[in-house]
Design a binder for this molecule. Structure first.
Ligand SMILES: [Zn+2]
Length: 438
């Protein structure tokens, strides 16, 4: 009626290796819902023990009896209490328990002690958290032995020792962490239980906030430059919000960047702010209030309408999407000679959906000079403000070098405003009016 190959596999495992209840049970972790591995392991040992005794009543051959007693001996060596008692009481055999072939009996007895250590660390922790993850560290040798044994026995129902330890520690911690939520990904803190070193580490993960920033003044860079002459978005956020949240550092990951002398207006440029090891971890609604208050007189503003919690993967996404955002620029251009209204109208029609080929501008030293990029100008509007002074509104693909679109950069950008008008054009003021979602 039943398939007993499971028991046969367990017998084969015990004949080859001494395995504690946890490590035997773990080989069959995917069998028997609702059981913990040590219960599974103990149940298997008990079943084998019963089968042996049932058989012992029936066999007469000495050879066969010996083989059965051998099996009880294996059970006893693996720490099976009834087998130890039986061999001792009935056969006067004093059997020594062997260390488990996988864990060497070095880990499972430590769980309670390490959970206690974790709880006391958590009680002392001044950092706020709402979600946590539990991970354990074991020695490489243990993991290697485990894989070796599972493979050599051809078992496909096992789970790893780390997974079991994580679960057992997690279960115990959960009882004490009322109101906190276990989370596999992007948890606020990670509780790392090191079974080799007998210690617990608590890793405070950064708080990531997605937002958009506005730069209201010229002369503010995005991240801090080496020369401390100007301020930066990063520095402003560090000194205001970073301080208020008790973060050790604030790191700014933005979707593209504008030059030092360019203002960032409109809805602002998308960014993810990473608050490193923050003491406070406000939810987006509270964050908005704190940000508005903290940045009241700052040269940088956050567009709090779009605030949301972010993750590390959002940073990658943000960088990837930088070139997909289209942007609107306003450029004030000084011309070497005056131009007519007609010239401006034809400039507008020429730059409708026009592809621009650009080699890295000469002013940019950090990138290879021969790098070529192609970006599109979708739309251009020109307005004469005074003789030789025009204002351009440019809607274009992200990543276009707008200053070079104006000057032509000695032929490195083509076509350009200068070339098209046939007049030298100098950008004297530039603003990003908006960064548009794709
Ligand atoms: Zn073990």
């Amino acid at each position: 009626m039943l398939d007993v190959s499971l028991l046969e596999k367990a017998i084969r495992a015990l004949q080859q290796y001494s395995l504690c209840d946890h490590c035997l049970g773990r080989l069959f972790a995917r069998v028997g819902y609702g059981l913990e591995n040590f219960e599974r392991g103990r149940a298997l040992k008990d079943s084998i023990y019963l089968l042996v005794h049932y058989k012992l009543r029936l066999v007469t051959s000495l050879e066969e009896q010996k083989r059965l007693i051998e099996l009880v001996l294996r059970l006893a060596e693996s720490g099976h209490e009834p087998s130890l008692r039986y061999l001792n009481d009935s056969l006067r055999m004093n059997v020594e328990v062997k260390p488990c072939a996988v864990c060497l009996n070095r880990y499972f007895y430590k769980i309670d002690k390490l959970v206690e250590a974790a709880l006391s660390k958590l009680r002392e922790l001044k950092h706020e958290f709402r979600t946590y993850y539990v991970g354990s560290r074991v020695s490489k040798e243990v993991t290697m032995r485990e894989v070796e044994i599972t493979t050599s026995l051809g078992i496909d129902t096992a789970e790893s020792i780390k997974r079991e330890l994580n679960r057992l520690v997690g279960k115990r911690l959960r009882m004490h962490l009322y109101g906190k939520e276990f989370r596999r990904d992007n948890a606020d803190i990670e509780i790392i239980v090191d079974f080799e070193r007998d210690q617990v580490e608590i890793e405070i993960k950064p708080l990531y906030i997605y937002c958009r920033y506005r730069k209201l003044y010229r002369g503010v860079s995005q991240v801090q430059l080496r020369l401390n002459v100007v301020t930066s978005v990063q520095k402003v956020l560090n000194e205001t919000l970073g301080e208020l949240l008790g973060a050790e550092e604030v790191i700014v990951h933005a979707s593209g960047r504008e030059d030092l002398d360019v203002r960032m207006l409109g809805n602002g440029r998308p960014l993810v702010i990473a608050f490193v090891r923050p003491v406070r971890r406000p939810e987006p609604d509270d964050f908005k209030k704190i940000a508005e208050e903290a940045l009241r007189d700052a040269p940088v503003e956050l567009n709090t309408d779009v605030v949301k919690r972010a993750t590390k993967t959002d940073i990658v996404k943000l960088k990837r999407e930088a070139n997909r955002h289209s942007k609107i620029y306003r450029v004030l251009v000084l011309l070497r000679e005056d131009v007519t209204e007609e010239q401006l109208r034809s400039l507008e029609s020429y730059f409708r959906n026009r592809q621009i080929v650009q080699y890295t501008p000469r002013r940019i030293k950090r990138k290879p000079q021969h790098k070529k990029r192609t970006r599109t100008v979708y739309e251009l509007r020109a307005r004469k403000l005074a003789p030789r002074l025009i204002e351009l509104l440019v809607r274009c693909q992200g990543g276009l070098y707008v200053k070079e679109l104006v000057t032509g950069d000695y032929g490195r950008t083509s076509p350009s405003i200068s070339d098209t008008l046939g007049v030298e054009a100098i950008p004297i003021e530039l603003d990003v009016l908006d960064v548009l979602e794709t």
